[in-house]
Design a protein around this ligand. Sequence first.
Ligand code: F6R
Length: 330
Amino acid sequence: METMNELITAFPQNITDALAIAAKVNLTTPENPVHNIVVCGMGGSGIGGKLVAQWVQNECPVPVLSFQDYHLPAFVGKNTLVIGSSYSGNTEETLIAVEEAHGRGAHIIGVTSGGLLEKFCSEKGYDCVIVPGGNPPRTAVGFSIVQLTSILIKLNLADEKLLGEIESGRKLILAELDGIHAEAKKIAEFLRGKVPAVYAGANYEAVAVRAKQQFNENSKELCWQHVIPEMNHNELVGWGGGDDRFGALFLQTGDLTMRNQRRFDISVELVSARTKNVYIAHAKGNTQIERSLYLIHLVDWASLYLSDLKDGDPIEIRVIDYLKDEMSKL
Ligand code: F6R
């Protein structure tokens, strides 16, 4: 297995490889009109669905739900497109949700490197996009975001320009690589010995969740995330006592609406009055997708550098393996 350093380095190349895979995919047209979309996936596979749902929500004519559980909501039926995204293809929540979708007559598409999800799709005659396997699922986010976006484009549910924006995000990362590494090291130093709290505008919630997941899995740290404006209505009060155990990492994207930007600035001011541990990371890029990819790569590196500062093993996730093993005995 490659090192986490090599796997994070490969993110831009993964996007290129993923675009080549997507270009060759032919999809069956759904029998019924699609009235809603549910992307089922957990953890490192689920985050791709969360990201893409946010990227398409301003233009997609139907709602897109990123779903992380076994049993689907009641609205899922023959007018639902259900995408099962599981890197290993063996995640039980995703498999059970997809089987349930099959029972309700939904149009199903798999995204996986193989496993039981591929088997299920081939047995039942559903399209299944195969991505290269063998790595930790969280390092395959470049593959899932491209395949999910491409599926929605091919089914006329998203604009073709989105893949172009992913490609320009890839180029942006390569152009900004030195700056990304320098800032990621600073973020890791800042977070050393603290519990990170990641904040972003609501339209970047998936990016903040990605940051949390990477600090959890790569850095072995507890972490939480919240978004503006909702955090103004509750969490801000929680900073009231002032607390230096935590490090507030604000993701400044520069594209919030005027009122949300003002909320962001006031939130930084209020949190800064209660702790000295505030860091503002500025995204680069001209579109939401470019800025998201930039921030994803930045926090991926920050999570690895934080692990290095603690002499940790960024790859191992023994507790997840143990839990999956125990569950398989039921
Ligand atoms: C491991 C990771 C996990 C998995 C999750 C679901 O790197 O990030 O969050 O992604 O346990 O497994 P898959 O992705 O195989 O469906």
